[in-house]
Design a protein around this ligand. Structure first.
Ligand code: NAD
Length: 244
């Protein structure tokens, strides 16, 4: 199938690398016009393709965000992808880790959605796709703040889905398992024994391998397209069987 997102305008956050980048590329391949944003301007400059434009945007900066949305035409699709993994249990979770995790993983999705939604309401259509994590469902060791924030996205997603169902706007969340990405490489490199750490990340995946960003992007294309018009308020686990 091609052109599954033809004539749709998409905003994708955290699009310079990893899952966000793959989603921007998959949307472009399906004919969407994609505005890809990130704070990493240099990395973002490598993201090119049909219909892709890029802009530097910090999704935690509400005034910049509001100005940015006001300056652009309404979107048909919003992908909220920005997120950060704070390592540790409740006992070594600092207030700073907690606050930053909520600011980036939850509040930014609240703010971006809040500013983008009025344009969708005006168009009487829209699809929001949030990127959560399997940590929302599966308790994983040393993911206290991260798992808490990602579980909050289930409530955020379902609330938006319920409030805007009459406006033809759908809101769904994807929960990836462990996915190969630059930030996963960084997390692995931070271990004393990175080789053993990578093996442990793979071992917790029942399929015996990491997921790919493209596999998550495929679900995002489906949820953003009209193929999923009967689907809202759903959390989809793309986790290689982690939650079985
Ligand atoms: P990543 O962590 O490698 O990249 C994240 C991107 O977000 C970077 O380009 C970074 O510059 C950008 N970013 C950070 N703060 C930002 C801000 N304030 N404003 C705009 N952009 C910002 O990518 P990833 O590992 O693919 O993770 C993407 C999403 O997927 C996150 O929400 C993450 O929690 C989720 N996720 C990832 C995995 C995984 O194993 N990689 C698993 C489950 C969920």
């Amino acid at each position: 199938m091609t052109n599954r997102l033809k004539n749709k305008r998409a905003l994708v956050t955290a699009a310079a690398q990893g899952i966000g980048e793959s989603i921007a590329r998959a949307f472009s391949a399906e004919g969407a016009s994609v505005l890809a944003v990130d704070i990493n301007t240099e990395k973002l400059s490598e993201l090119t393709g049909p219909g892709i434009t890029t802009a530097t945007l910090d999704v935690t900066d509400e005034s910049a965000l509001k100005k940015f949305v006001d300056e652009h035409e309404a979107f048909d699709i919003l992908v909220n992808c920005a997120g950060y993994v704070a390592n540790g249990s409740i006992l070594n979770c600092s207030n700073e880790d907690w606050d930053f995790s909520f600011a980036l993983n939850v509040k930014s999705m609240f703010q971006v959605s809040k500013h983008v939604l009025p344009g969708m309401v005006e168009k009487n259509k829209g699809a929001i796709v949030n990127i959560g994590s399997i940590c929302a469902h599966a308790g994983l060791p040393n993911r206290f703040a991260y798992g808490t924030t990602k579980a909050a996205l289930v409530g955020l997603t379902k609330s938006i889905a319920a409030d805007f169902i009459g406006n033809n706007i759908r809101c769904n969340v994807i929960h990836p398992g462990t996915v190969q990405s630059p930030s996963l490489d960084d997390r692995i490199a931070a271990f004393d024994d990175p080789v053993a750490a990578r093996k442990a990340f793979i071992a917790r995946q029942p399929m015996g391998r990491l997921g790919t960003a493209e596999e998550i992007a495929a679900a995002a294309v489906y949820l953003a397209s009209d193929e999923s018009v009967f689907t809202t308020g759903v959390d989809i686990k793309i986790d290689g069987g982690m939650s079985i």
